[in-house]
Ligand binder design. Structure first.
Ligand code: HEC
Length: 123
């Protein structure tokens, strides 16, 4: 017969439960965000498409004359950056570049939806 520990659970069952809990995916940053809404904002209200282009490669009509050029959001450089850093760039902009702060124009939720969309571009 299987041995029971003090809480009455069979030890292998407890280990299995720990494994299941430990394997839950990290949700910070992407929690409650919606990439489809993010795309609508990217192409519309946010105006991101003008610089970053319809595919996010940095080839939008207004991006052509910028130095430095708009980031290629589909590339490995953006992909390697943590959510917190990309969120900060969208919220506060990037000094010395044309990337403006959007926190006054877009809600926190909208910025999270945009991040979810940006993430979907480099999968
Ligand atoms: C006026 C042009 C312009 C607009 C509009 C614009 N961006 Fe940018 N974006 C840039 C430039 C320029 C950079 C910086 C490139 C660099 O640092 O070399 C940048 C950088 C970024 C980065 C950082 C990428 C990285 O790898 O660090 C993100 C994310 C981003 N933009 C998202 C957005 C989103 C989302 C919007 C719309 C809400 C937006 N941008 C609108 C020009 C623009």
């Amino acid at each position: 017969m299987a041995r029971l520990n003090r809480s009455g659970f069979c030890i292998p069952v407890v280990l299995l439960l720990n494994l299941v809990i430990g394997l839950e995916p990290p949700v910070a940053g992407a929690a409650g965000s919606d990439a489809a809404k993010g795309k609508t904002l990217f192409d519309g209200k946010g105006g991101c498409v003008n610089c970053h282009g319809p595919s996010g490669r940095g080839d939008g009509p207004a991006g052509k004359m910028l130095v430095p050029p708009p980031a290629d959001l589909t590339g490995p450089k953006t992909k390697a950056k943590p959510d917190a850093e990309l969120l900060k760039t969208i919220q506060e902009g990037r000094p010395g570049t044309a990337m403006a702060p959007f926190k006054g124009q877009l809600s926190e939720q909208e910025i999270r939806d945009l991040l979810a969309y940006v993430r979907s571009l480099s999968k």
